[in-house]
Design a protein around this ligand. Structure first.
Ligand code: FAD
Length: 259
């Protein structure tokens, strides 16, 4: 396995730092190759701007065509080009981060905004009256796998089916489906630790053991069964799910997971 760990936490001695270290030692100990993008340590620039695209930046700046032109010309900034190269090198991408305001930390979102450029992560494939490109099951990163390792402050019940915060699988859907599955990554079920602000009484040791077990099973874990865009489940050209394909009672985000 060639694993890229994209890690977002400002404190190396944090719980997230410990989980990242466990991933490195566990995977390397099992004979896998590991590379780490430690975004805070790298001083990752999170905000997109015209300087990202040099002479390919339109005036006024339009990010979609500017990023696509810079990508096509091999003229993206070295930090972004290096991350795209790591993604193409990897067969498995692990994201390690704390849930901040129901989402990933801004530095990690900024990594996505700048690295997942037009013509690399979106805008791929034929776009015409009947096809809307290669995405959701196809795309540049097809054949690779991704998994989120997320620490969450609140207890599990708050994120359960009737929990006040909403189900964790719904909160993670924009990342799982909209960011990772979109450019073709197969998404494994997340590793989620709840109640992490008050870890006591052996909870860390239990979490570390569970994370090691998940890491050693990554190659054989079944991905979430998201529906593929171009393989018959959706009406053309509306890309609405065809009537009758959903499992009974399944609505909302859950419609896009095969029964
Ligand atoms: P740390 O603070 O580093 O550690 C947490 C616990 O683990 C501590 O008890 C620590 O002693 C222990 N620990 C750490 N490392 C080790 C180790 N090596 N060995 C043994 N024990 C260890 N929560 C939500 O539920 N929903 C939200 O929307 C949300 N939004 C947030 C927004 C912001 C801006 C912030 C700052 C927090 C938010 N939180 C939210 C809480 C957040 O998810 C948790 O604080 C975070 O997940 C904890 O991870 P950490 O790595 O920062 O933990």
């Amino acid at each position: 396995m060639k694993a890229l760990i994209v890690y977002a936490h400002p404190e190396p001695r944090s719980l997230n730092g410990a989980l990242k270290d466990i991933a490195v030692t566990t995977l390397e100990g099992a004979g896998h190759e590991v590379r780490v993008s430690d975004l805070y340590a790298m001083g990752w620039k999170a905000a997109v701007d015209a300087a990202d695209y040099g002479a390919h930046a339109t005036d006024p700046l339009q990010v979609v065509p500017s990023s696509g032109a810079a990508f096509d010309a091999g003229a993206l900034t070295p930090d972004v080009a290096a991350e795209q190269e790591k993604l193409l090198w990897a067969d498995t991408v692990i994201f390690q981060f704390p849930l901040w305001w129901y989402a990933m930390p801004a530095i990690l979102k900024g990594w996505v905004d700048r690295v997942f450029t037009y013509n690399f992560a979106y805008g791929v494939g034929v776009h015409d009256a009947t096809r809307y490109g290669e995405r959701y099951g196809e795309g540049t990163l097809r054949g690779r796998r991704a998994v989120l390792s997320v620490t969450v402050g609140g207890p599990e019940s708050h994120y359960s089916d009737r929990g006040i915060n909403g189900p964790i699988e719904d909160l993670l859907f924009p990342i799982h489906h909209g960011i990772l599955y979109y450019p073709g990554l197969e998404v494994l079920p997340p590793f989620v630790l709840h109640g992490t602000d008050r870890l006591a009484g052996g909870a860390f040791e239990d979490a570390a053991k569970a994370w090691r077990e998940r890491l050693l099973a990554l190659e054989t874990t079944e991905p979430i069964a998201f529906r593929r865009q171009n393989f018959g489940d959706y009406e053309i050209p509306s890309l609405r799910l065809k009537e009758g394909l959903e499992a009974p009672g399944r609505t909302g985000f859950g419609l896009h997971v095969r029964a």
